[in-house]
Design a protein. Structure first.
Length: 231
């Protein structure tokens, strides 16, 4: 029954029957409108809040959240995320976590064509646009190819530019894998998103097309409510 209520309320928000910022009817009013027990209404509203459709104000009720305009994003691996966002005229900011050497991980090492005894850096970047966290980029890079990454990381604004500064200028990708997942507690905290806002997980590599060298293997988590994806 709660899913019937959720569906009806989502339809009303999409059709414009309920406007952004507008206060929703009370639980009692919705219970009477749909002729269902109030507990079903409360459960439905809780789910809608976790999905990011509505929000609560203490002592005032629930309101429809404004839906942000989605950013077109081409998922090809031939151009950096920074350049794509800058080309769109968006205010992109990046927070970088210091790189660290990871323990051996078969999948990551295979994608990097790295030997088990090689060092591999993990470099995490949080992307924000107009002050809103929208993506987490995690790059895995062989230390043998970029041995000074641990001292260079603070000055890196774009990894593609960093690769270019090391003589790699023609970028491509051999694999792109997409999954839709729900965020973990840590990811919700980092991205400031409700529990039921799905994330698009994109796993890919970046290769130097001239030499075939694998420059990085990436895992990128995009907020599904922030982008309109082009494949």
């Amino acid at each position: 029954m709660k899913y019937y209520i959720i569906d009806r309320l989502i339809r009303e928000t999409i059709s414009g029957t309920i406007q952004k910022g507008e206060q929703l009817p009370s639980e009692n009013q919705l219970s009477q409108r749909y002729q269902v027990p109030r507990i079903h209404v409360r459960d439905a509203l809780r789910v809608l809040e976790e999905m990011g459709y509505i929000y609560s104000k203490q002592g005032k009720g629930r309101f429809l959240r404004a839906r942000q305009e989605r950013i077109p994003l081409n998922l090809n691996g031939n151009e950096s995320f920074s350049r794509k966002m800058e080309a769109a005229g968006l205010d992109l900011r990046t927070s970088v976590t210091p790189p660290e050497i990871i323990a051996y991980d078969r999948k990551i090492y295979c994608n990097l064509q790295a030997e088990p005894d090689e060092g591999v850096y993990r470099l995490e970047r949080l992307r924000t646009i107009h002050g809103t966290p929208v993506a987490i980029h995690i790059s895995f890079i062989k230390a043998s190819m970029f041995p000074h990454l641990d001292s260079d990381w603070e000055s890196i604004k774009s990894l593609f530019s960093y690769f270019q500064s090391h003589g790699y200028t023609s970028f491509g990708s051999t694999r792109n894998q997409l999954q839709v997942i729900l965020p973990t507690a840590d990811e919700r905290l980092t991205l400031s998103c409700p529990p039921l806002v799905p994330l698009l997980l994109v796993e890919s590599d970046t290769i130097d097309q001239d030499t075939g060298a694998v420059l990085q293997f990436t895992k990128i988590l995009y907020r599904s409510d922030s982008f309109q994806y082009e494949i």
